[in-house]
Design a protein around this ligand. Structure first.
Ligand code: GLC
Length: 749
């Protein structure tokens, strides 16, 4: 039976040709036509208001991988044509079933969009995003997103609610795990890499998926690191720190945005015209569509910004929000608001248009089932090359925080493997692990080490749980520690101690894990102890730093995490990761990040105790491990920077170079970082800012000159009135960490 939609098109096409002929006689100048505008026009001409409103509605399925356990209500709304998108439904079979309902059981057969949180992998799970950021490897991050898109699109997913590009400077905030850390330059580069990885170069290809820049904006600045909490910030901070990664996503062509739950300076994001109209649409010319976060429209009532859900609906669509995730607000109130003249129908038409255009871009009107392909699903998911890529990402994401010659391990020594995360296959894939398997697919650290060391050389004891207070199993752990050459402890957090609604006031190792380290250290005072960490946030490791000989930060390293971490532990991969976020000495220092302001009473560098200076009386100002820090099994020596000039004009570019030498005895990668300090500004400027980085490979003894080109564009900042570069003196350096003192300057005239 001819699809109803085709029949309608023939009629409409005939009408277009007819009117087109008339138009041709008095042809207007050729307007720039967005691809598919004509098709959307003709389709919208057929749609009722309720059907247009339907496109602005998204409902959730049941997180089921065998098929949608969508509520009967939501199925009813789909059949009415009152739903434009579904989230949390995946698998070729499950999405095909629902798509069939939308395409074959509704009046116009408009296909659904299927969205899902594909944050750091879909089935093959990569390290959590904070870990991926620690690799500073943009190509690898993009490749991981591409692989995630390959797997997700094979199981019916058209759209991922990623990348999360919120700048995160507060380790108490659980969602710091999902972002790229504290730095605007690194975060902006990583945002682009994710968007390009997910969306590929052509959205009409069936292995590309829509990306979604979230959560717009300021979510990471929640007061006290408490999720969903109030956000207040000056315009300079908003413009110089929190907005740029989102603008970078727009520059990379991101197709969708998602609202943040928080209010920003008194106005909740989901009702905030300034950020969605003035900035996103008018300044950045974003022409994709905006979806709310989960039930965020209704939450405008709780915020005290809307009198009721109907008022919230009016505020959201007038702020420029196109689609309602799970509030039901648009479905329940938009028609009424239009009939009452409170909302102009053009707002619904614009929202509907943007959503339909996106569906056309994905090719869903050509073949609504092209992503729900069971054959492709079987071929693509968990491909060996994907698992191998995840292993490599895991190795590149690890950060060697400390090493007193305790690493790498060798296969001659016997080791005691101690800790609740040694054999873990559930937490290792971290939070927001999409359709990842927590029941056995992941490779544990134990399995990874087993690839390098025969069973005869490994003894294991769990020692304690992650977060309970039972110390009764310490004895067994202590006993095996006494019998071996070296102790390796795998400790950390539970995967759901970070992520959404998972803020912590205490950022130490949970439970009795630190007590266990203390007990082992006491039992074997002269034996080397290696601490391997799995965690979703910077932890306060001040005590552990004094108890162990090496600390390897693995974050949650993913499905192939055990292999990747073992590759680092045994030196197959020489660790190259650098911290994308500061590790404080104590939670009392938060917020603490590398590019803070100098204040009027700074402590002179390296001089922790001064009267009447901006410092604490009980703890130094410095972090335990700074942004950009990460050790290697070799050592890299940096020359002082060479400049192409020490004074430049606005029209000039400046080349900044340094020679880096591998002075150790193993080959390895190094991430060279370019920092500048704008010494004087019309508003105060950070003490240093990352303005470039390069990952280079140096064989032992090899030297390489690393060069960066600086332009006035790179030095721009928002001074509360406009984006400017101001003349004056700048300090500049190329280092392997943010922990250094500048020695070189140049002047911009
Ligand atoms: C959640 C998260 C958001 C996610 C959405 C859909 O509440 O805040 O990041 O994409 O709901 O799962």
């Amino acid at each position: 039976m001819m699809n109803k939609l085709i029949k309608y098109y023939i009629v409409v096409l005939f009408l277009i040709v007819l009117t087109g002929c008339n138009k041709a006689n008095n042809a207007k100048p050729k307007e720039v036509v967005t691809p598919f505008n004509a098709q959307v026009d003709s389709l919208m001409a057929l749609m009722t208001l309720q059907e247009k409103i339907g496109q602005t509605v998204m409902y959730s399925g049941g997180w089921s991988i065998t098929g949608p356990t969508v509520s009967s209500d939501n199925k009813k709304y789909i059949k009415e044509g009152s739903v434009g998108a579904m989230l949390n439904v995946y698998s070729a079979k499950g999405t095909r079933e629902l798509q069939k309902m939308a395409v074959e059981e509704t009046r116009l057969g408009i296909p659904l969009l299927f969205g899902y949180d594909v944050i750091h992998g879909f089935r093959t799970i990569f390290p959590i995003n904070l870990g991926l950021a620690a690799s500073w490897d943009l190509n690898d991050i993009q490749k991981g997103a591409r692989i995630a898109a390959e797997e997700a699109s094979a199981e019916g997913i058209h759209w991922t609610f990623a990348p999360m590009v919120d700048i995160g400077r507060d380790p108490r905030w659980g969602r710091i795990s999902e972002g790229a850390g504290e730095d605007v330059y690194l975060g902006s580069k990583i945002a682009k890499a994710y968007v390009k990885g997910f969306q590929g170069d052509d959205l009409s290809k069936h292995n590309t998926i829509l990306a979604c820049a979230k959560h717009f904006v300021g979510y990471g600045a929640a007061q006290a690191g408490r999720d969903y909490h109030t956000v207040n910030m000056g315009h300079d901070e908003l413009r110089n720190v929190y907005l740029p990664p989102f603008e970078a996503a727009v520059d990379a062509g991101v197709e969708t945005f998602m609202t943040a739950f928080n209010e920003l300076n008194g106005v909740p994001a989901t009702g905030n015209k300034f950020i969605f109209q003035d900035i996103l649409r008018n300044e950045w010319k974003f022409n994709g569509f905006v979806v709310t976060d989960y039930t965020a429209i209704n939450e405008l009532v709780e915020h005290g910004f809307a009198e009721n859900e109907k008022h919230a609906t009016e505020l959201a669509i007038k702020a420029g929000i196109d689609q309602d995730m799970m509030s039901s607000a648009n479905r329940l109130y938009l028609e009424e608001l239009i009939n009452e003249g409170k909302v102009d129908v053009s707002l619904v038409n614009n929202a509907c248009r943007k959503i339909l255009l996106t569906k056309y871009k994905l090719g869903l009107f050509d073949d609504p089932y092209r992503y729900s392909d069971e054959k492709r699903e079987k071929e693509v998911v968990y491909k060996a090359e994907f698992l191998e890529a995840a292993r490599k990402s895991a190795a590149m994401s690890t950060v060697l925080l400390k090493n007193n010659k305790a690493l790498p391990l060798n296969n001659k020594q016997t080791i005691a493997l101690i800790g609740p995360l040694v054999k873990d296959k559930e937490n290792i894939i971290g939070n927001w692990a999409a359709a990842g398997d927590r029941k056995g697919k992941a490779i544990s650290i134990y399995q990874g080490i087993h690839e390098y060391l025969s069973a005869s050389k490994i003894v294991y004891a769990k020692g304690c749980e992650i977060e309970d207070f039972d110390m009764s199993n310490f004895e067994k752990a202590i006993n095996i520690a006494k019998k071996v050459d070296k102790v390796v402890m795998v400790l950390g957090e539970d995967y759901d101690m970070s992520g959404e609604a998972a803020s912590r006031t205490n950022i130490k190792l949970p439970g009795r894990q630190t007590d266990l380290i203390r007990a082992i250290r006491k039992a074997v005072p002269n034996k080397q102890i290696v601490l391997v960490l799995m965690n979703g946030r910077p932890l306060d490791l001040s005590e552990e730093d004094n108890l162990v000989d090496a600390i390897l930060e693995t974050w949650f390293p993913g499905t192939s995490g055990g292999y990747g971490v073992a590759d680092v532990l045994f030196g197959t991969y020489n660790p190259s990761g650098k911290l994308p976020v500061t590790f404080p000495r104590t939670v009392g220092q938060i917020p603490i990040y590398y590019n803070m302001k100098n204040t009027g009473r700074p402590i002179p560098p390296r001089n922790p105790k001064q009267d009447y200076k901006s410092n604490y009386i009980d703890v130094p100002n410095t972090p335990l491990y700074p942004f950009g820090h990460g050790l290697s099994y070799t050592n890299f020596e940096y020359s002082e920077v060479q400049l192409s000039a020490t004074s430049i004009k606005f029209s000039d570019t400046l080349t900044v170079s340094a020679e880096i030498t591998n002075i150790g005895d193993v080959d390895g990668y190094e991430i060279a970082q370019l920092y500048v300090h704008d010494k004087v500004g019309s508003i105060t400027r950070p003490v240093k800012e990352l303005k470039g980085f390069k990952k280079i490979y140096l064989k032992k003894g090899e030297s390489q000159t690393v060069s960066f080109t600086l332009t006035v564009e790179n030095l721009k900042f928002y001074n509360n009135h406009e984006f400017v570069t101001e003349p004056g003196e700048f300090e500049v350096a190329i280092k392997g960490t943010s922990d250094f003192d500048f020695k070189q300057t140049f002047t911009l005239n």
